[in-house]
Ligand binder design. Structure first.
Ligand code: G1P
Length: 294
């Protein structure tokens, strides 16, 4: 059995330029899907997978994230006074009480690999998860939980994967697949953002990883890869062969909330699932569809 995964890294230092001006003074991870910030979905997913220590790699303009996961006594007292118990629970239960939060800062936005490397001191010598809040996954069993269950008998490294259109491989880390068993695919190679004609497959890495601490010694070299950034994918590629390396085709629907269309679609999908909004929202959608058809 693999060593238990207790820690998760949330790289939240990105600039969020695609959502300007909304993200001028606010972290993109605080953009809400319906009424919950993206980062909270990621934190809840990790908590549901048994993660106990949450490590945020932040940057400038990210204080709102720290405040969000902190207690807000004034707000709590106010809601209590007004008898708004449900809202009170919603803001108190942002983070499970028996978890630990840590923040470290990525001074410069040098890439995902660099962001993960910034957390090396807080992770130490044990396996850990990485969750990218931009990748929002709607599923019955939380994606990271599916991965932890798949990882337990295997050990080594595991990434989440899904098929994408060939034309989209330049947006992703792409897997060279080996043997496949049910949802598990052996990873024989990894390439960051390949052109469609050079991509080894159309299996993209989605922002969920379970990694071994050895990856840090590769990241120590600070090698620059695709787009002039220090890429996590390159460090992972160097572990292939030395450690077990698999990809899990997770069950669920992924929304690319780093893009406007993906973000809008996520709002749609999550609103439709809500008991308090679904019916009214469906009615509105029909109204807009009818108006569009006229
Ligand atoms: C990052 C990773 C990439 C991965 C993607 C998933 O890219 O570098 O390998 O496929 O996340 O969303 P980014 O979206 O930061 O460009």
């Amino acid at each position: 059995m693999a060593q238990r995964v207790r820690k998760a890294i949330f790289p939240v230092g990105g600039l969020g330029t695609r959502f300007l001006p909304a993200t001028k003074a606010m972290p993109k991870e605080m953009l809400p899907i319906v009424d919950k910030p993206l980062i909270q979905y990621a934190v809840e997913e990790a908590a549901a997978a048994g993660i106990e220590e949450f490590i945020f790699v932040t940057g400038r303009n990210k204080h709102a994230i720290e405040d969000h996961f902190d207690r807000s006594f004034e707000l709590e007292a106010n809601l209590e006074q007004r008898g708004q118990g449900e809202l009170l629970a919603a803001i108190r239960d942002c983070v499970p009480s028996d978890t630990r939060l840590a923040y470290t800062r990525q001074g410069q936005a040098l890439g995902l690999g660099h962001a993960v490397w910034c957390a090396r001191g807080l992770v130490g010598d044990e396996p850990f998860a990485v969750l990218l809040a931009d990748d929002l996954i709607q599923s019955e069993t939380p994606c990271l939980k599916q991965m932890i269950e798949a990882h337990a008998p295997l050990g080594g490294n595991l990434v989440a994967t899904m098929e994408v259109a060939r034309a989209h491989t330049p947006n992703y880390g792409v897997i060279a697949p080996g043997a496949t068993r049910d949802r598990l695919i052996e990873v024989k190679g990894l390439v960051e953002k390949p052109k469609p004609d050079l991509a080894p497959s159309n299996l993209a890495v989605i922002g969920r990883y379970i990694l071994q601490p050895e990856v840090f010694s590769h990241l120590d070299r600070q090698q620059v890869g695709a787009g002039g950034e220090i890429q996590l994918t390159d460090a992972l590629a160097s572990l292939i062969g030395a450690q077990p390396f698999y990809a899990l085709r997770f069950a669920g629907r992924r929304f690319d909330c780093g893009s406007k269309i993906g973000f809008l679609e996520a709002n749609l999908a999550f609103a439709l699932e809500r008991a308090d909004l679904g019916t009214e929202f469906r009615r509105l959608l029909r109204q807009y569809a009818d108006a569009g058809a006229r």
